[in-house]
Design a protein around this ligand. Structure first.
Ligand SMILES: CC(C)(COP(=O)(O)OP(=O)(O)OC[C@H]1O[C@@H](n2cnc3c(N)ncnc32)[C@H](O)[C@@H]1OP(=O)(O)O)[C@@H](O)C(=O)NCCC(=O)NCCS
Length: 195
């Protein structure tokens, strides 16, 4: 289910599921992220053992991961973490990371759109995004797509350097997200193609 997507500047990327053969490519992608982009992530993405442990969740069907590939390199990754059973089984948590040289070119929005389709296929009704206060790019993109801040827990999590940070929890109804994604693409002069 590989898809060719075109970013705002016309650069093409392939969007595809993360495969078992991608671990080295994924580590190279994570390793090239500037500290500022890694510092506030949920876990240390340069720790191969931690990454491999997280990837087992994909094998178990708990997470669904996609990547954007350009020139054979991973340039963005996206995950939908499924809550599983019980009272939160209708929820999925979304996570997106875009390589610095590819940021602000529309790729984050493309990855979120793909995760949206995956959420619909998995009967997800509410998408959750969690981030630390300094992740301003993430807050902007999610707010623009109709996510609203549900809660803010002061000093609730620690960044990679051990400093306490506020945790912001944003949520979005899947139907509302589609409306905003549709608007975002139709209102821009962004010429896109998809195979
Ligand atoms: C958040 C992130 C995924 C956004 O990716 P992106 O490819 O730059 O997103 P887009 O190009 O689709 O941008 C969407 C909008 O957000 C804006 N934006 C993106 N990053 C921004 C930043 N750091 N500050 C302010 N605005 C920002 C873009 O300018 C764009 O708005 P516009 O269309 O009005 O110009 C990327 O900055 C990133 O990987 N950050 C580090 C990891 C992270 O925080 N992930 C979120 C964890 S849930």
């Amino acid at each position: 289910m590989d898809k060719i997507e075109r970013m705002k500047d016309g650069t093409e990327v392939t969007i595809r599921p993360l495969g078992p053969q991608d671990t080295d490519r994924l580590m190279a992608f994570y390793g090239a992220l500037p500290e500022e982009d890694r510092k506030y992530l949920k876990f240390d993405v340069t720790d191969r053992r931690a990454v491999v442990k997280r990837l087992r969740r994909v094998d178990a069907g708990d997470d669904i991961r996609i990547v954007a590939v350009h020139g054979g390199l991973i340039v963005a990754s996206g995950a939908l973490e499924l809550s599983g059973e019980g009272w939160s089984k209708h929820q999925g948590e979304i996570r997106v990371i875009v390589a610095r040289p590819f940021q602000k070119r529309g790729l984050g929005t493309i990855v979120i759109r793909e995760l949206y389709f995956i959420a619909v296929q998995n009967q997800i009704q509410t998408i959750v995004a969690r981030m630390m206060r300094p992740q301003v790019g993430a807050q902007k993109i999610f707010r623009r797509l109709g996510f609203r801040e549900e809660s803010m827990m002061p000093d609730f999590v620690k960044d990679l350097q051990g400093s306490s940070q506020d945790l912001i929890v944003m949520t979005c109804d899947v139907k509302e997200l589609w409306k905003q994604l549709d608007r975002t693409f139709s209102e821009s002069d962004w010429q896109r193609c998809r195979d």
